[in-house]
Design a protein around this ligand. Structure first.
Ligand code: GRF
Length: 189
């Protein structure tokens, strides 16, 4: 199985995946970021499919189609989103149905969206966590593969809570992907 990892940020999830020896064949980023350096250092193909337009007129379909071309040319079976900052268009979910995985730093269906940690904290929940799920065209939706709870502490701010959630994600996402690799498919053969 050939996995592509999509990154935008600090890439600690990618780092954990690389350390775990998952069969990562490609790393794609939408901007220059640490993830690309990590891939280069590990000798794994990496490319920046750069997003230059952050306005309302961003051509999401064209951007997504360009990404699909890269995935096809690297013969990718499964895509693992790991803190990727661009919402992808519908075409990728048609091109690779059920084969795009995401992790979200909250217990879905609660607190979807870019600020899942902040929103959970602001709501005053005592328990939050992370969700590994099959991604669909609806952001932070789709069949749940794994979830784990993380207690919210009285002294938590967004960054402290997110770091504890990420510690869990770095284990749970890797375990989930390793299971997928072992059985050779995500939800159905
Ligand atoms: C993770 O918490 C993920 O759920 C969220 O972005 C974070 C990625 O962290 N979407 P990193 O860039 O891998 O350190």
């Amino acid at each position: 199985m050939r996995i592509a990892v999509l990154v935008s940020g600090t890439g600690t999830l990618l780092e954990a995946m690389l350390e775990a020896g998952l069969p990562i064949a490609l790393v794609v980023s939408d901007r220059p970021c640490r993830g690309v350096t990590l891939a280069d250092d590990a000798g794994i193909a990496a490319l920046i499919h750069e997003r230059t337009d952050f306005s309302d007129s961003f051509d999401r379909s064209a951007y997504t189609d360009g990404l699909i071309t890269h995935l096809k040319s690297h013969e990718i079976d499964v895509v693992a989103m790991a803190g990727f900052g661009t919402v992808l268009g519908e075409s990728i979910f048609q091109a690779m149905p059920g084969r795009i995985i995401n992790t979200h730093p909250a217990l879905l269906p609660s607190f979807p969206g870019w600020h899942g940690v902040r929103d959970a904290l602001a709501y005053g929940v005592k328990v939050t966590g992370c969700t590994i799920h099959v991604a669909t065209a609806v952001v932070d939706d789709g069949p749940i593969l794994a979830q784990e709870a993380v207690d919210v502490l009285d002294e938590d701010d967004e960054s402290a809570l997110h770091e504890r959630i990420k510690t869990v994600e770095r284990r749970l996402y890797i375990e989930t992907l390793a299971t997928i690799v072992d059985r050779g498919y995500v939800l159905t053969p």
